[in-house]
Design a protein around this ligand. Structure first.
Ligand SMILES: [Zn+2]
Length: 333
């Protein structure tokens, strides 16, 4: 007979029974909050494959503690448990069914090949321990807070081990999966999710916000701050958005509104005029005002009213916007 206990608060969809002919082994990690117990449960005939594949757990936890702060459930330990389905973020008992191979069922969702360097389910479902299980939304209309940040955790994991160029390629590669069919935030009060874009577009929104903040250490401290200040809490998207604006010291509300509450991707219109460049936002909400970095390193702060400035050290024909911003560009000579 077994008795199981969870000491931390838990949301109801994070609870699941596992039944099977399991074998177990355990380990520990010296993490940011001390000794973390790790326990692995797999079906007996998968033991050798699992022991090899689950070596990715410790590096995953190290990377996520760096970006997000201490694993949120030290009191309950971290468990990875084989399941008959692909995977799920059950709190402190993550379900695993990714065939003990790298990628997402052996494929790379980004097409950049970086997604084949690691096991998608070990990384993604565990990322939910911070965004989904530690910070949980009150209404699933705001579920992008779970899936957008967790999708972005894949990019941050890639950055931690393979560098920024690799991470940017992975993140940009995910864009081919974005539908822009309807807003990411769904209707409130009726138990309904918004667009599936909450994953890849959510991650691209966070990455775009990171470019606007333009300070990687500040950005990392915001991610850690969210997990500390909203520790074991339920929140709204609005609270998370306001928190990020406050800590960034920039009003990002129009950017959040644009990407979360409409399905339109803002278009930056660029025109040449002698040695000057003219620019403005179109296909966007009133008052949209996101600054962007051009490929010559120059920052511009477009609004919905046309402005012009002198172009520094580059010809108009060579100018584009840094590809880390998820926007459309319309260029006219
Ligand atoms: Zn997820």
């Amino acid at each position: 007979m077994y008795t199981w206990e969870v000491k931390s608060p838990i949301n109801n969809y994070s609870i699941v029974p596992y039944i099977g002919h399991y074998v177990n082994w355990s380990d520990t990690l010296q993490g940011e909050k001390g000794k973390l117990d790790l326990n692995y449960w797999v079906l007996d005939y998968d033991l050798s494959k699992a022991k090899k594949q689950f070596e990715q757990v410790k590096p995953m936890l190290r990377a996520f503690e760096y970006w997000f702060g201490p694993y949120p459930f030290y009191e309950d330990g971290f468990q990875l448990i084989e399941a008959p389905h692909l995977g799920m973020e059950h709190q402190s008992a993550v379900a695993y069914g990714n065939q003990f191979s790298n990628g997402y069922l052996g494929t790379d969702l980004s097409g950049s090949s970086w997604g084949l360097k690691w096991d998608y389910i070990i990384v993604h479902e565990s990322g939910h321990e911070w965004f989904g299980n530690n910070i949980t939304t009150k209404d699933i209309a705001d579920m992008w807070v779970h899936e957008g940040f967790t999708d972005y955790s894949e990019t941050l994991f890639t950055e931690y081990y393979y560098g920024k160029k690799a991470a940017n390629e992975y993140l940009q590669g995910l864009r081919k999966n974005i539908a822009n069919d309807k807003p990411i935030i769904g209707p409130y009060g009726v138990n309904q999710e918004g667009s599936g874009d909450m994953y890849y577009k959510g991650a691209n929104l966070i990455h775009t916000i990171r470019q606007v903040i333009n300070d990687d250490e500040k950005f990392r401290q915001i991610l850690r701050g969210l997990n500390k200040d909203f520790y074991h809490q339920t929140v709204t998207s609005k609270q998370v958005e306001t928190y990020i604006s406050q800590k960034a010291g920039k009003d990002l509300s129009k950017i959040f509104d644009q990407y979360l509450r409409t399905a339109q991707i803002p278009t930056l219109q660029l025109k040449a005029e002698g040695d000057k460049i003219k620019f403005k936002w179109t296909n966007c909400i009133a008052g949209f005002d996101m600054p962007v970095k051009l490929t010559n390193g120059q920052w511009v702060h477009p609004t919905t009213t046309e402005q012009k400035i002198k172009l520094e050290g580059s010809k108009f024909s060579n100018i584009a916007v840094d590809e880390n911003f998820y926007i459309n560009i319309k260029k006219q000579n």
